[in-house]
Design a protein around this ligand. Structure first.
Ligand code: ASP
Length: 281
């Protein structure tokens, strides 16, 4: 059997440097080779340079997708930092919807060789990839989780992720990430309207994290900044600041102004999933 490893970077393959943990070439490939079942051949695509996932962005999602597409029949393991794993999980889950690929994301909170979670997570990823199946999943802390709605809820614990149910991803309009500029904006009490207007002026669209089941402050300047952006063709996709439960337009009068601006209802999407949705649909 043949497996493709896409090694992007992340703690799993890091070692201490002068400013803290930094990627260390070769660690992940060696640990994978030690754990492969007999008669398994490993093909590798290693990012250069290796990245802390803080630096992963749309062009790196395209690089992962290109490597996956170039090996149409192989199960794939992607080693990746945990900090932006939820974005990459959403990016690959939505970009590959309907493609029947087995993609296993893997990372760790402690580097390989330090008695932490890395070895166990890597072994789980290999077992899952060898078993085949279809979809994009994260192998972490003893569990395989659908990667389209990941939340990194703990910055230290080994069991750092949960996966929130998302609506089934439909095959996207595009499977590539273009150069449009999107960002995630979070409403907060007292936020100046100018901040929202200025942010929207430099973006092609945005995810807007609103309150609860879909309310926003009844501030005419904020509402008109949203309305004008939508009228100019920018998509603004609302999601809740609550982790679960999603949005319910019409539940509160305090949401009436917000929904009248033309913002999209992101339902129960995570902010990460909503951001990727803007790019691909
Ligand atoms: N800063 C690291 C990263 O995201 C954290 C990790 O991998 O756990 O690349």
């Amino acid at each position: 059997m043949r497996l493709l490893l896409i090694h992007t970077g992340g703690t799993i393959g890091m070692a201490e440097g002068p400013d803290g943990l930094q990627p260390q070439p070769g660690l992940v490939e060696a640990a994978m080779a030690d754990r492969l079942p007999e008669a398994t051949t490993l093909l590798t695509h290693v990012f250069s340079p290796l990245l802390d996932s803080a630096d992963v962005g749309p062009q790196h999602w395209n690089e992962m997708l290109d490597a996956i597409t170039a090996h149409p029949d192989l199960p794939v393991i992607i080693t990746h930092g945990t900090d932006t794993m939820a974005f990459t999980g959403a990016a690959l889950a939505q970009a590959l919807a309907g493609e029947n690929r087995c993609i296993i994301l893997c990372g760790s909170m402690v580097p390989l060789g330090e008695g932490g979670d890395a070895e166990e997570n890597l072994t789980l990823a290999i077992t899952a990839a060898c078993a085949g199946g279809s979809g994009v999943a994260l192998a972490f802390a003893g569990r395989l989780m659908p990667a389209g709605g990941l939340v990194k809820h703990d910055s230290r614990a080994h069991d750092a992720f949960r996966s929130l149910p998302q609506d089934a991803a439909v095959p996207p309009r595009s499977r590539r990430f273009d150069t449009r500029r999107f960002g995630v904006l979070t409403l907060s009490p007292g936020m100046p309207a100018d901040l929202i207007a200025a942010s929207l002026s430099v973006l092609d669209g945005a995810v807007l994290r609103v309150f609860g089941s879909g309310t926003a402050m009844n501030n005419p300047a904020i509402l008109s900044a949203l309305r004008e952006a939508v009228a100019s063709g920018k998509r603004i996709r609302a999601v809740s600041q609550c982790e679960a439960g999603g949005l319910e337009p019409g539940a509160y009068a305090a949401g009436a102004g917000l929904w009248s601006t033309g913002v999209e209802n992101g339902g129960r999407q995570t902010p990460e999933a909503a951001l990727i949705h803007l790019w691909l649909t």
